[in-house]
Design a protein around this ligand. Structure first.
Ligand SMILES: Nc1ncnc2c1ncn2[C@@H]1O[C@H](COP(=O)(O)OP(=O)(O)O)[C@@H](O)[C@H]1O
Ligand SMILES: [Mg+2]
Length: 499
């Protein structure tokens, strides 16, 4: 630019303005000698600084700096910025920022301007930047969800603590040994990328609350809800970041809830069916008594042909069988009137087995009794508890069809304060479609005349009214186990003392 004429007034204003400038401004020669300086540069120096080396005046420099911006300007002819840490005059590490630009005269580089920055303001900014970086790092690392960021090649850049839980990899392993493809099952990472690029899943470059599986180091698939996005820099894809929310606990709780709901429905159904059964049983009892009485009378009082007597004997048999069923029904309905006393479960099981063991159906069945020593008593009705074991053990014998093993196990569950009883057989097992119904009244898979379907519903009612629980586990080839839990009596006196 051609030199412009300036009036003396204009020149004076320019000099005043440079003096009023609150940063140090030095004009130096090629060999770093100060040719001119503004007031701010002279402030800390009572002596005359003209002719001195710039590094003697600029705080933080006591010798020529290794990366002096003025040297840079001399080399390139263009403005240069130096921006790094050095010892300031108070001896502490500080930021120093120097800006230098050339002054040309007759197309020749004549002098250089050296300008130092407003250091306190810059220091503050830098501190704030460092602090906010640390804050962000903290935020990512303490996040509840797994945070995994990877570059466009799949190399993992960020991997927080929660991500180690979901994936099983340590932070070191994630950053050095694996890629983003390893945290998904085969093809998963590609699928996520495809969805990120499409705009159907929360907008282009985004994926919102998508249910997918992550792959644990052990090979286990971990159900997650994924929020992910593409990170752009200057309109270029540079990375992807994913927030992995582990859904295992959520799924477990949902299952628990579903189970409780089914149990509730079951209990309700059983209560109403139980009432109805009791009503029907009462109504049937009287006419049944009549049928039996009068059949006997006819058989005895009249001189009937053998054929007729045979038929009547059949009537009597069936009527007696019906009476047994009615008796069971009434038993089933009687569940609320207990004679509650402290009972030793081991004792009750031993007595029930004593009655059953010698029956022919048990001859080829191996019986294992694994009864806990020092089992606390429970409060219960001995007769009803007898029913519980009689029914479950007879069911096991039916399933065993003469051979196999029956195991009876008792334990004290200290934490729950419950007595547990396990009745296992190696029999035919219960199929998945039958299992949910076994406790229902009248539900039986046995041929007509063999089963009433009342046994387990009675057992269920008795266990419930004793404040306990019962459930069955079974598979077609593994046999069946019934788990019964009954609350231990508060009064522990007189518990089992086996062994
Ligand atoms: N230990 C067992 N092994 C296999 N199936 C069983 C077992 N216990 C019960 N079941 C099944 O549960 C059904 C209901 O049992 P239950 O109420 O005692 O009636 P029932 O014995 O009269 O059939 C049985 O018909 C059978 O299908
Ligand atoms: Mg039965």
């Amino acid at each position: 630019m051609p030199k412009r004429f300036r009036t003396e007034t204009e020149k004076k204003y320019l000099i005043d303005a440079i003096d009023a400038f609150n940063r140090r401004l030095l004009i130096i020669s090629h060999d770093h000698r100060i040719l001119a300086a503004n007031n701010t540069a002279m402030e800390d120096h009572p002596e005359n600084i003209i002719g001195k080396a710039c590094y003697e005046v600029i705080p933080g420099c006591s010798a020529p700096c290794p990366n002096c911006p003025a040297d840079e300007v001399l080399k390139s002819g263009k403005a240069a910025l130096r921006y790094d840490q050095c010892n300031d005059f108070s001896g502490s590490m500080d930021m120093l920022c120097l800006y230098s630009y050339p002054v040309y005269m007759d197309n020749k580089l004549d002098a250089l301007v050296m300008l130092d920055f407003d250091l306190p303001a810059l220091k503050n900014m830098e501190e704030r930047r460092i602090r906010s970086n640390a804050f962000l790092r903290n935020l990512i690392h303490s996040a509840v969800d797994g945070v995994i960021a990877s570059d466009t090649t799949g190399k993992i850049l960020i991997f927080n603590e929660a991500a180690t839980q979901v994936s099983g990899y340590s932070v070191e392993e994630a950053l050095n040994d694996i890629t983003i493809r390893d945290v998904y099952p085969e093809g998963g990472a590609k699928e996520v990328m495809r969805m990120l690029l499409s705009d159907e899943y929360g907008g282009e470059g985004k994926l919102i609350s998508y249910h997918i599986d992550a792959k644990h180091k052990s090979g286990e698939l971990v159900p997650i809800s994924l929020n992910a996005s593409i990170v752009y820099e200057n309109n270029k894809k540079v990375a992807t970041i994913g927030f992995f929310h582990d859904r295992r606990e959520e799924i477990r709780m949902q299952k628990e809830l579903d189970k409780t709901q089914v149990q509730l429905l079951q209990a309700e159904k059983m209560a109403s069916l139980g009432k109805m059964a009791a009503g029907v049983a009462h109504q049937l009892n009287n006419p049944l008594g009549g049928i039996i009485l009068f059949t006997k009378l006819v058989m005895e009082e009249y001189d009937l042909p053998d054929e007729a007597l045979k038929d009547l004997a059949r009537v009597l048999d069936d009527a007696n069988r019906t009476k047994d069923i009615v008796k069971e029904l009434l038993e089933f309905a009687r569940q609320t009137s207990h004679d509650m006393k402290p009972q030793d479960i081991n004792d009750i099981i031993t007595r029930t087995m004593f009655l059953l063991e010698n029956q022919s159906i048990f001859h080829n069945i191996e019986i294992e009794k694994d009864l806990a020593k020092d089992l606390p008593n429970i409060m219960g009705d001995a007769q009803q508890l007898n029913h519980v074991f009689m029914n479950t053990i007879l069911n096991a014998a039916d399933a065993l069809e003469g051979t196999g093993k029956l195991t009876l196990k008792t334990r004290f569950l200290t934490e729950k304060d419950m007595v547990s009883i396990e009745i296992s057989d190696t029999g035919s097992g219960i199929s998945a479609d039958v299992l949910p119904h076994i406790f229902e009244p009248f539900y039986t898979t046995k041929e007509q005349g063999k089963g009433t379907g009342l046994g387990l519903s009675m057992v269920y009612g008795i266990v419930e009214s004793h404040g306990g629980s019962i459930r069955a586990e079974s598979g077609p080839d593994v046999g069946t186990t019934f788990y019964i839990e009954l609350p231990a009596a508060q009064d522990r006196e007189g518990g089992s003392k086996i062994g």
